[in-house]
Design a protein around this ligand. Structure first.
Ligand code: IDP
Ligand code: MG
Length: 153
């Protein structure tokens, strides 16, 4: 099973759609193994969005991610990284497929509701960035036999 990182951005917090977005992951069969609210710092964002630091809009992204606290979540499932990216949709909310979170809830590239790790390697680094080991839980999911066949696990 993989664990991946999702951030519910200020665009989700302010628009009061946290419950709906979290519910989508739950209904898909993804297990929530970590969840907390936090105010992101400049330092964390400069690390998290290092691949964008030379872009002219980098300052705006940082401001946007600090406009309110965010919710960070650790989500577990088979191929969770890929599954969660698919549920999230492409970066630009106007291009994202209807049925995806960005496709259903957003009109913007920047204000696009969620962050999701883009590979297992990135997920491992990002989970460490936002969670300490004792904030990620290992607990039985009693639905497992109804979520997966034995040979998938
Ligand atoms: P991703 O979130 O789909 O993985 P990235 O390219 O990693 O997309 O960009 C990280 C975040 O930076 C995006 O989710 C979006 O909020 C913001 N961003 C990316 N490109 C732009 C842009 O061209 N204008 C404004 N914000 C952008
Ligand atoms: Mg990205």
């Amino acid at each position: 099973m993989e664990v991946t990182l999702v951030i519910l951005k200020p665009s989700a917090v302010q628009r009061k759609i946290l419950g709906e977005v979290i519910s989508r992951f739950e209904k898909k069969g993804i297990q929530i193994v970590g969840l907390k609210m936090m105010q992101l710092t400049d330092e964390t964002l400069e690390e998290h969005y290092a691949h964008l630091k030379d872009k002219p809009f980098f300052g705006r992204i940082k401001d946007s991610m600090q406009a309110s606290p965010v919710i960070v979540m650790a989500l577990k499932g088979l191929d969770a990284v890929n599954v969660v990216r698919k549920l999230t949709g492409v970066t630009n909310g106007r291009d994202a497929q209807p049925g995806t979170i960005r496709g259903d809830y957003g009109m913007s590239v920047q204000e696009n509701i969620v962050h999701a790790s883009d590979s297992p390697e990135t997920a491992a680094i990002e989970l460490k960035r936002f969670f300490s080991d004792n904030e990620i839980f290992n607990y039985s999911s009693f639905l497992l036999p109804y979520l997966y066949a034995n040979d998938e696990l």
